[in-house]
Design a protein around this ligand. Structure first.
Ligand code: SF4
Length: 403
Protein backbone atom coordinates (compact mmCIF):
# COMPACT_ATOMS: atom_id res chain seq x y z
CA UNK A 1 0.00 0.00 0.00
CA UNK A 2 1.13 3.50 -0.70
CA UNK A 3 2.21 5.91 2.00
CA UNK A 4 -0.83 8.02 1.18
CA UNK A 5 -3.47 5.34 1.45
CA UNK A 6 -6.12 6.14 4.03
CA UNK A 7 -4.27 9.20 5.29
CA UNK A 8 -6.68 11.72 3.81
CA UNK A 9 -3.52 13.45 2.72
CA UNK A 10 -3.70 12.65 -0.96
CA UNK A 11 -5.11 15.93 -2.28
CA UNK A 12 -2.50 17.97 -0.44
CA UNK A 13 0.31 15.78 -1.69
CA UNK A 14 -0.65 16.19 -5.34
CA UNK A 15 -1.13 19.96 -5.30
CA UNK A 16 1.67 21.27 -7.51
CA UNK A 17 3.56 18.01 -7.68
CA UNK A 18 2.85 14.44 -8.37
CA UNK A 19 2.52 11.94 -5.56
CA UNK A 20 5.09 9.18 -5.57
CA UNK A 21 4.57 6.25 -3.23
CA UNK A 22 7.55 5.18 -1.13
CA UNK A 23 6.99 1.69 -2.52
CA UNK A 24 7.63 2.90 -6.08
CA UNK A 25 10.70 1.00 -7.30
CA UNK A 26 11.21 3.14 -10.41
CA UNK A 27 11.15 6.78 -9.34
CA UNK A 28 11.47 8.95 -6.25
CA UNK A 29 11.23 12.62 -5.32
CA UNK A 30 13.49 14.84 -3.28
CA UNK A 31 11.12 17.47 -1.88
CA UNK A 32 13.94 19.88 -1.08
CA UNK A 33 14.55 20.31 -4.84
CA UNK A 34 10.88 20.55 -5.80
CA UNK A 35 9.70 24.05 -6.84
CA UNK A 36 6.06 23.02 -7.29
CA UNK A 37 6.18 23.90 -10.99
CA UNK A 38 3.71 21.14 -11.84
CA UNK A 39 5.62 19.82 -14.87
CA UNK A 40 5.35 16.28 -13.53
CA UNK A 41 1.57 16.58 -13.34
CA UNK A 42 1.47 18.16 -16.80
CA UNK A 43 3.17 15.26 -18.54
CA UNK A 44 1.42 12.59 -16.47
CA UNK A 45 -1.96 14.09 -17.24
CA UNK A 46 -1.69 15.46 -20.78
CA UNK A 47 0.76 13.09 -22.46
CA UNK A 48 0.37 9.91 -20.48
CA UNK A 49 -3.27 10.29 -19.43
CA UNK A 50 -2.58 8.65 -16.08
CA UNK A 51 -2.83 11.43 -13.48
CA UNK A 52 -6.44 12.25 -12.70
CA UNK A 53 -7.84 9.30 -14.65
CA UNK A 54 -8.71 7.50 -11.42
CA UNK A 55 -11.22 8.15 -8.73
CA UNK A 56 -10.30 9.86 -5.47
CA UNK A 57 -9.95 8.90 -2.72
CA UNK A 58 -7.75 6.11 -3.92
CA UNK A 59 -8.77 2.68 -2.80
CA UNK A 60 -5.57 1.01 -3.96
CA UNK A 61 -1.95 1.98 -4.54
CA UNK A 62 -1.15 5.09 -6.61
CA UNK A 63 -1.73 4.06 -10.22
CA UNK A 64 1.75 5.02 -11.45
CA UNK A 65 2.78 3.09 -14.57
CA UNK A 66 6.48 3.70 -13.80
CA UNK A 67 7.21 5.30 -17.20
CA UNK A 68 9.36 7.99 -15.56
CA UNK A 69 8.30 10.77 -17.93
CA UNK A 70 7.93 12.97 -14.83
CA UNK A 71 11.63 12.46 -14.10
CA UNK A 72 12.44 13.50 -17.67
CA UNK A 73 10.30 16.64 -17.47
CA UNK A 74 11.24 17.71 -13.94
CA UNK A 75 13.49 20.78 -14.46
CA UNK A 76 15.21 20.68 -11.07
CA UNK A 77 16.14 17.01 -10.68
CA UNK A 78 13.65 16.64 -7.82
CA UNK A 79 12.18 13.53 -9.46
CA UNK A 80 14.72 10.95 -10.49
CA UNK A 81 14.94 7.26 -11.14
CA UNK A 82 15.51 5.09 -8.05
CA UNK A 83 19.28 4.87 -7.93
CA UNK A 84 20.76 1.39 -8.41
CA UNK A 85 24.35 2.48 -9.13
CA UNK A 86 25.58 1.48 -5.67
CA UNK A 87 24.08 -2.00 -6.02
CA UNK A 88 25.79 -2.48 -9.39
CA UNK A 89 29.16 -1.29 -8.05
CA UNK A 90 28.82 -3.69 -5.11
CA UNK A 91 28.14 -6.59 -7.48
CA UNK A 92 31.12 -5.66 -9.66
CA UNK A 93 33.39 -5.61 -6.62
CA UNK A 94 32.22 -9.03 -5.41
CA UNK A 95 34.80 -11.55 -6.63
CA UNK A 96 32.31 -14.42 -6.20
CA UNK A 97 29.81 -12.94 -8.62
CA UNK A 98 29.75 -13.22 -12.41
CA UNK A 99 28.17 -9.97 -13.51
CA UNK A 100 26.55 -9.87 -16.93
CA UNK A 101 25.06 -6.82 -18.58
CA UNK A 102 22.66 -6.30 -21.49
CA UNK A 103 22.05 -3.03 -23.32
CA UNK A 104 18.80 -1.95 -24.97
CA UNK A 105 18.79 -0.49 -28.50
CA UNK A 106 17.62 3.01 -27.50
CA UNK A 107 20.57 3.44 -25.11
CA UNK A 108 23.09 3.11 -27.95
CA UNK A 109 21.88 6.25 -29.68
CA UNK A 110 21.41 8.34 -26.54
CA UNK A 111 24.30 7.66 -24.15
CA UNK A 112 26.65 9.86 -26.21
CA UNK A 113 24.57 12.94 -25.39
CA UNK A 114 25.66 12.65 -21.76
CA UNK A 115 29.24 13.04 -22.99
CA UNK A 116 28.65 16.04 -25.24
CA UNK A 117 28.13 14.15 -28.49
CA UNK A 118 25.49 15.09 -31.05
CA UNK A 119 22.01 13.69 -30.30
CA UNK A 120 21.61 10.43 -32.21
CA UNK A 121 25.33 9.58 -32.23
CA UNK A 122 25.69 5.80 -32.39
CA UNK A 123 27.91 4.79 -29.49
CA UNK A 124 27.28 1.04 -29.42
CA UNK A 125 30.99 0.12 -29.67
CA UNK A 126 32.08 2.69 -27.07
CA UNK A 127 29.30 1.60 -24.73
CA UNK A 128 30.51 -2.01 -24.92
CA UNK A 129 34.08 -0.86 -24.27
CA UNK A 130 32.98 1.26 -21.30
CA UNK A 131 31.06 -1.65 -19.78
CA UNK A 132 34.12 -3.91 -20.06
CA UNK A 133 36.24 -1.16 -18.50
CA UNK A 134 33.76 -1.03 -15.61
CA UNK A 135 34.44 -4.72 -14.99
CA UNK A 136 31.38 -6.54 -16.34
CA UNK A 137 32.22 -10.18 -17.06
CA UNK A 138 29.94 -10.44 -20.09
CA UNK A 139 28.42 -7.78 -22.33
CA UNK A 140 25.27 -9.01 -24.10
CA UNK A 141 22.85 -7.33 -26.47
CA UNK A 142 19.13 -6.88 -25.74
CA UNK A 143 18.67 -6.75 -29.54
CA UNK A 144 19.34 -10.51 -29.49
CA UNK A 145 16.27 -11.07 -27.34
CA UNK A 146 14.30 -8.47 -29.30
CA UNK A 147 14.77 -10.93 -32.17
CA UNK A 148 13.45 -13.71 -29.90
CA UNK A 149 10.45 -11.54 -29.03
CA UNK A 150 9.72 -11.02 -32.72
CA UNK A 151 9.77 -14.74 -33.47
CA UNK A 152 7.40 -15.39 -30.56
CA UNK A 153 5.04 -12.48 -31.23
CA UNK A 154 4.83 -13.25 -34.96
CA UNK A 155 4.11 -16.93 -34.23
CA UNK A 156 1.42 -15.89 -31.76
CA UNK A 157 -0.34 -13.50 -34.13
CA UNK A 158 -0.24 -16.14 -36.87
CA UNK A 159 -1.88 -18.57 -34.46
CA UNK A 160 -4.57 -16.02 -33.63
CA UNK A 161 -5.16 -15.24 -37.32
CA UNK A 162 -5.65 -18.91 -38.16
CA UNK A 163 -8.80 -19.26 -36.10
CA UNK A 164 -11.58 -16.68 -35.96
CA UNK A 165 -12.38 -17.81 -32.42
CA UNK A 166 -9.04 -16.46 -31.22
CA UNK A 167 -8.87 -13.00 -29.72
CA UNK A 168 -7.81 -10.26 -32.09
CA UNK A 169 -6.30 -7.73 -32.25
CA UNK A 170 -3.11 -8.87 -30.55
CA UNK A 171 -1.47 -6.21 -28.38
CA UNK A 172 2.31 -5.98 -28.11
CA UNK A 173 3.65 -6.64 -24.61
CA UNK A 174 7.27 -5.47 -24.60
CA UNK A 175 6.65 -2.10 -22.90
CA UNK A 176 6.09 -2.55 -19.14
CA UNK A 177 4.65 0.97 -18.79
CA UNK A 178 1.97 0.11 -21.32
CA UNK A 179 1.35 -3.33 -19.76
CA UNK A 180 0.75 -1.78 -16.35
CA UNK A 181 -1.51 0.88 -17.89
CA UNK A 182 -3.61 -1.86 -19.48
CA UNK A 183 -3.73 -3.79 -16.21
CA UNK A 184 -4.94 -0.71 -14.30
CA UNK A 185 -7.38 0.83 -16.75
CA UNK A 186 -8.34 -1.85 -19.29
CA UNK A 187 -8.23 -5.17 -17.41
CA UNK A 188 -11.15 -6.38 -19.53
CA UNK A 189 -8.86 -6.26 -22.58
CA UNK A 190 -5.95 -8.24 -21.18
CA UNK A 191 -6.80 -11.29 -23.28
CA UNK A 192 -5.55 -9.27 -26.26
CA UNK A 193 -2.10 -8.94 -24.70
CA UNK A 194 0.65 -11.04 -26.28
CA UNK A 195 1.98 -13.73 -23.96
CA UNK A 196 5.58 -12.70 -24.74
CA UNK A 197 7.89 -11.25 -22.14
CA UNK A 198 9.81 -8.12 -22.96
CA UNK A 199 13.28 -8.45 -24.53
CA UNK A 200 14.86 -7.45 -21.19
CA UNK A 201 13.17 -10.31 -19.36
CA UNK A 202 13.74 -12.83 -22.15
CA UNK A 203 17.46 -12.13 -22.13
CA UNK A 204 17.55 -12.33 -18.34
CA UNK A 205 15.97 -15.79 -18.36
CA UNK A 206 18.10 -17.06 -21.26
CA UNK A 207 21.27 -15.74 -19.58
CA UNK A 208 20.69 -17.62 -16.32
CA UNK A 209 19.71 -20.86 -18.13
CA UNK A 210 21.13 -21.39 -21.64
CA UNK A 211 24.09 -19.05 -21.25
CA UNK A 212 24.98 -20.30 -17.76
CA UNK A 213 24.96 -23.93 -18.96
CA UNK A 214 27.00 -23.09 -22.04
CA UNK A 215 29.59 -21.21 -19.97
CA UNK A 216 29.62 -23.71 -17.08
CA UNK A 217 28.57 -21.06 -14.54
CA UNK A 218 26.30 -21.64 -11.54
CA UNK A 219 23.34 -19.32 -12.30
CA UNK A 220 23.05 -18.55 -8.59
CA UNK A 221 26.39 -16.71 -8.92
CA UNK A 222 25.22 -14.58 -11.82
CA UNK A 223 24.14 -11.00 -11.26
CA UNK A 224 22.12 -9.91 -14.27
CA UNK A 225 22.18 -6.16 -15.00
CA UNK A 226 20.21 -4.36 -17.71
CA UNK A 227 20.97 -0.92 -19.19
CA UNK A 228 17.64 0.53 -20.27
CA UNK A 229 16.18 3.84 -21.53
CA UNK A 230 13.37 3.12 -19.17
CA UNK A 231 12.41 3.48 -15.52
CA UNK A 232 9.48 1.06 -15.91
CA UNK A 233 11.98 -1.74 -16.54
CA UNK A 234 13.10 -1.42 -12.92
CA UNK A 235 9.57 -2.27 -11.84
CA UNK A 236 9.21 -4.97 -14.47
CA UNK A 237 12.32 -6.79 -13.24
CA UNK A 238 10.80 -6.90 -9.74
CA UNK A 239 7.47 -8.41 -10.81
CA UNK A 240 7.12 -11.64 -8.88
CA UNK A 241 6.46 -13.74 -11.98
CA UNK A 242 9.75 -12.75 -13.62
CA UNK A 243 11.59 -15.73 -12.20
CA UNK A 244 11.83 -18.29 -14.99
CA UNK A 245 15.53 -19.04 -14.31
CA UNK A 246 14.80 -21.74 -11.74
CA UNK A 247 15.61 -22.00 -8.05
CA UNK A 248 18.83 -21.51 -6.18
CA UNK A 249 19.60 -24.74 -4.34
CA UNK A 250 17.46 -24.76 -1.20
CA UNK A 251 16.36 -21.21 -1.81
CA UNK A 252 13.81 -19.03 -3.51
CA UNK A 253 13.32 -18.64 -7.23
CA UNK A 254 16.01 -16.50 -8.84
CA UNK A 255 14.92 -13.28 -10.48
CA UNK A 256 15.78 -13.23 -14.20
CA UNK A 257 17.09 -9.65 -14.07
CA UNK A 258 18.59 -8.41 -10.81
CA UNK A 259 19.36 -4.75 -11.42
CA UNK A 260 18.37 -2.12 -13.98
CA UNK A 261 20.25 1.11 -14.70
CA UNK A 262 18.82 3.85 -16.90
CA UNK A 263 20.91 5.45 -19.64
CA UNK A 264 21.41 8.41 -17.28
CA UNK A 265 22.62 6.17 -14.45
CA UNK A 266 25.10 4.40 -16.73
CA UNK A 267 26.51 7.79 -17.76
CA UNK A 268 26.91 8.73 -14.09
CA UNK A 269 28.67 5.45 -13.34
CA UNK A 270 31.07 5.89 -16.28
CA UNK A 271 31.89 9.42 -15.07
CA UNK A 272 32.23 8.23 -11.47
CA UNK A 273 34.86 5.71 -12.56
CA UNK A 274 36.57 8.40 -14.67
CA UNK A 275 36.36 6.41 -17.89
CA UNK A 276 37.08 8.58 -20.92
CA UNK A 277 34.04 7.50 -22.90
CA UNK A 278 34.64 9.71 -25.95
CA UNK A 279 38.11 8.35 -26.59
CA UNK A 280 37.37 4.66 -26.13
CA UNK A 281 37.96 2.36 -29.11
CA UNK A 282 34.87 0.51 -30.30
CA UNK A 283 34.43 -3.05 -29.07
CA UNK A 284 32.05 -5.86 -30.07
CA UNK A 285 29.47 -7.59 -27.89
CA UNK A 286 30.25 -11.10 -26.64
CA UNK A 287 29.64 -13.73 -29.30
CA UNK A 288 27.01 -15.62 -27.29
CA UNK A 289 23.77 -13.60 -26.97
CA UNK A 290 25.49 -10.66 -28.61
CA UNK A 291 24.36 -10.99 -32.22
CA UNK A 292 21.19 -9.56 -33.67
CA UNK A 293 19.40 -8.41 -36.80
CA UNK A 294 18.33 -4.95 -37.88
CA UNK A 295 14.80 -5.91 -36.83
CA UNK A 296 15.98 -6.19 -33.22
CA UNK A 297 17.60 -2.75 -33.40
CA UNK A 298 14.46 -0.89 -34.54
CA UNK A 299 12.64 -1.93 -31.34
CA UNK A 300 13.89 1.28 -29.81
CA UNK A 301 11.48 3.52 -31.70
CA UNK A 302 7.74 3.67 -32.22
CA UNK A 303 6.69 1.36 -35.07
CA UNK A 304 9.82 -0.76 -34.86
CA UNK A 305 8.18 -3.73 -33.15
CA UNK A 306 5.37 -3.77 -35.71
CA UNK A 307 7.71 -3.53 -38.68
CA UNK A 308 9.84 -6.36 -37.33
CA UNK A 309 6.89 -8.56 -36.31
CA UNK A 310 5.03 -8.22 -39.60
CA UNK A 311 8.14 -9.09 -41.62
CA UNK A 312 8.44 -12.33 -39.65
CA UNK A 313 4.70 -12.94 -39.78
CA UNK A 314 4.94 -12.72 -43.57
CA UNK A 315 7.79 -15.19 -43.63
CA UNK A 316 6.05 -17.65 -41.29
CA UNK A 317 2.84 -17.48 -43.34
CA UNK A 318 4.41 -17.81 -46.80
CA UNK A 319 7.87 -19.30 -46.21
CA UNK A 320 9.11 -16.48 -48.44
CA UNK A 321 10.99 -13.31 -47.59
CA UNK A 322 8.74 -10.26 -47.20
CA UNK A 323 8.53 -7.67 -49.99
CA UNK A 324 11.07 -4.85 -49.99
CA UNK A 325 8.38 -2.38 -48.85
CA UNK A 326 8.28 -4.13 -45.46
CA UNK A 327 12.01 -3.59 -44.98
CA UNK A 328 11.45 0.14 -44.91
CA UNK A 329 7.81 0.37 -43.93
CA UNK A 330 7.18 4.10 -44.07
CA UNK A 331 3.55 3.94 -42.86
CA UNK A 332 4.60 2.73 -39.41
CA UNK A 333 7.65 5.01 -39.15
CA UNK A 334 7.69 8.61 -37.93
CA UNK A 335 6.27 10.34 -34.88
CA UNK A 336 2.57 10.63 -35.71
CA UNK A 337 0.67 9.70 -32.52
CA UNK A 338 -1.41 6.97 -34.12
CA UNK A 339 -0.28 5.26 -37.32
CA UNK A 340 -2.19 2.74 -39.38
CA UNK A 341 -1.03 0.44 -42.16
CA UNK A 342 -2.09 -2.63 -44.09
CA UNK A 343 -0.18 -5.51 -45.60
CA UNK A 344 -1.34 -8.35 -47.83
CA UNK A 345 -0.25 -11.67 -46.40
CA UNK A 346 -0.99 -14.48 -48.90
CA UNK A 347 -3.39 -16.97 -47.33
CA UNK A 348 -4.55 -14.46 -44.69
CA UNK A 349 -5.80 -11.53 -46.78
CA UNK A 350 -5.16 -7.97 -45.71
CA UNK A 351 -3.70 -7.62 -42.23
CA UNK A 352 -4.36 -4.25 -40.60
CA UNK A 353 -2.04 -2.85 -37.97
CA UNK A 354 -2.04 0.20 -35.71
CA UNK A 355 0.87 1.78 -33.86
CA UNK A 356 0.62 4.28 -31.05
CA UNK A 357 2.95 5.91 -28.57
CA UNK A 358 2.18 8.09 -25.57
CA UNK A 359 -0.55 6.61 -23.42
CA UNK A 360 -3.05 9.32 -24.23
CA UNK A 361 -3.01 8.01 -27.81
CA UNK A 362 -3.46 4.49 -26.48
CA UNK A 363 -6.81 5.48 -25.00
CA UNK A 364 -8.06 6.48 -28.49
CA UNK A 365 -7.28 3.03 -29.85
CA UNK A 366 -8.44 1.14 -26.77
CA UNK A 367 -11.84 2.84 -26.85
CA UNK A 368 -12.43 1.33 -30.27
CA UNK A 369 -11.23 -2.10 -29.18
CA UNK A 370 -13.49 -1.98 -26.11
CA UNK A 371 -16.45 -1.02 -28.31
CA UNK A 372 -15.56 -3.91 -30.64
CA UNK A 373 -14.99 -1.47 -33.51
CA UNK A 374 -11.32 -2.30 -34.02
CA UNK A 375 -10.44 -2.92 -37.68
CA UNK A 376 -6.91 -4.03 -36.68
CA UNK A 377 -5.36 -7.45 -36.12
CA UNK A 378 -2.13 -6.23 -34.51
CA UNK A 379 -1.57 -3.14 -32.36
CA UNK A 380 1.71 -1.81 -31.00
CA UNK A 381 1.63 0.25 -27.82
CA UNK A 382 4.59 2.15 -26.39
CA UNK A 383 4.08 4.23 -23.28
CA UNK A 384 6.66 6.92 -23.97
CA UNK A 385 6.40 9.57 -26.71
CA UNK A 386 8.47 8.33 -29.64
CA UNK A 387 8.84 4.91 -28.03
CA UNK A 388 11.92 3.98 -26.01
CA UNK A 389 14.10 6.67 -27.63
CA UNK A 390 11.97 9.08 -25.58
CA UNK A 391 12.04 6.84 -22.51
CA UNK A 392 11.90 8.19 -18.98
CA UNK A 393 15.50 7.12 -18.30
CA UNK A 394 17.06 8.84 -21.30
CA UNK A 395 19.39 11.91 -21.16
CA UNK A 396 17.80 15.23 -20.24
CA UNK A 397 19.92 17.26 -22.61
CA UNK A 398 17.36 20.01 -23.02
CA UNK A 399 17.08 20.57 -19.29
CA UNK A 400 19.80 22.53 -17.45
CA UNK A 401 21.80 20.21 -15.18
CA UNK A 402 21.18 20.71 -11.50
CA UNK A 403 23.69 18.29 -9.93
FE1 SF4 B 1 10.04 1.82 -21.12
FE2 SF4 B 1 10.14 2.08 -23.78
FE3 SF4 B 1 7.81 1.56 -22.56
FE4 SF4 B 1 8.93 3.96 -22.27
S1 SF4 B 1 8.17 3.08 -24.22
S2 SF4 B 1 8.03 2.69 -20.61
S3 SF4 B 1 11.12 3.43 -22.30
S4 SF4 B 1 9.62 0.21 -22.64
Amino acid sequence: PSQYEGTGNWQAQVKGRIAIASSNVSIERNDSKCILCGQCIEVCKKVMSVYGSYELPLKKDIPCVNCGQCSLWCPTGAITEKNNITDVVKALEDQNKYVIVQTAPATKVALGEEFGMEPGSIVEGKQVAALRALGFDAVLDTCFSADLTIMEEAAEVLYRLKNVQNTLPQFTSCCPGWVKFCEYYYPDLLEHMSSCKSPQQMLGAVAKTYYATKMGINPANIVSVAIMPCTAKKAEAKRSEMNASGKEIGNEHMMDVDLVLTTRELARLIKLKQIDMTNLDNQEYDSILGESTGAGKIFGVTGGVTEAAVRTLYYYATKENPPASLLNWQEVRGLKGVKEATVDVPGFGTVKVAVCHGLKNARVILKQVREKKSPWQFIEFMACPGGCIGGGGQPKSAVPPTD
